[in-house]
Design a protein around this ligand. Structure first.
Ligand code: HPA
Length: 270
């Protein structure tokens, strides 16, 4: 694994003039944040050695280097999901490469189902904590001390100072910003009413099929993390919505201006 990380990092370092210290993983329907980037350099995943190739509709599959809010960034347009069949090492490989390239701060976004009864479709939630309900931890197996500790603390998975900055920006821009705990599950099924209810009872506010593995690996590598979920559907005992991939994408796209404003300001000011 170490060799692969080094090989991929060396490939990217040879392509890009100046390496960013900030990376962004763009979730479902949020890919157009890249429209707000300047001086863009696209590198398709299929051209990057050791990178898996994204298979899901709505995920373009490019690593994009450029500037956002005046700051150098590396953006992943499309991520690798466990439900696609990738193993946890593949899902989190890009985060390892980011770290090897010197990235210090990781911004993540995703679409998620809301269990919190205060939430509305289209709300934007700052992820304050997470619950790993994937059947596997991405750190399972041999630990490489070069990459991080065997037993990393997860007391502050999402950086408190970055959450405070998001609150400040939300107040300035009059953005309704919710806070909550993200539950990560494998999917690809959306939850049953009882499952949404169960996730709410154990402390979850939103549920999705990504993010948790990448954040574990980012924290293992010592990166600061900031995450947001766009609430694209609601679930629970008395909620009879039938979520679909199309509905999720539509709701995510609608919330996009808010997410773009927030993310751009966060990147510029962090
Ligand atoms: N459940 C799981 N993943 C999701 C959902 C959901 O309701 N909405 C968007 N991604």
């Amino acid at each position: 694994m170490l060799e692969k990380i080094k090989e991929t990092a060396a490939f990217l370092a040879g392509k890009v003039a100046e390496m960013p210290k900030t990376a962004i993983i763009l979730g479902t329907g949020l890919g157009t944040l890249v429209d707000f980037m300047e001086d863009k350099q696209y590198i398709p995943y299929k051209d990057i050695p050791n990178f898996p190739v994204s298979t899901v509709e709505g995920h373009s599959g490019n690593l994009i280097f450029g500037k956002l809010g005046g700051k150098l960034v590396m953006a992943m347009q499309g991520r690798f999901h466990y439900y696609e069949g990738y193993d946890m090492k593949q899902v989190t490989f890009p985060v390892r490469v980011m770290r090897a390239l010197g990235v210090e701060t990781l911004f993540v976004s995703n679409a998620a189902g809301g269990m919190n009864k205060e939430f509305k479709v289209g709300d934007v939630m700052v992820i304050c904590d997470q619950i790993n309900l994937f059947p596997e931890n991405p750190l399972r197996g041999k630990n490489y001390n070069e990459l991080g500790d065997r037993f990393p603390a997860m007391t502050e998975p999402y950086d408190h100072a970055l959450i405070a900055l998001a609150d400040k920006i939300a107040a300035e821009k009059q953005i309704r910003l919710m806070h909550g705990v993200y539950v990560g599950t494998t999917g690809p099924t959306f939850e049953t009413p009882a499952e949404y209810e169960y996730f709410r009872i154990i402390g979850g506010d939103a549920v999705g099929m990504s993010t948790v593995p990448e954040v574990i690996v980012a924290r293992h590598g010592g990166m600061r993390v900031f995450g947001i979920s766009v609430i694209t559907d609601l679930g629970g005992k008395d909620i009879h919505d039938v979520p679909s991939h199309e509905e999720v994408q539509l709701a995510a796209v609608k919330a996009q201006p808010t997410v773009v404003t927030l993310m751009r300001e966060m990147v510029a000011r962090s």
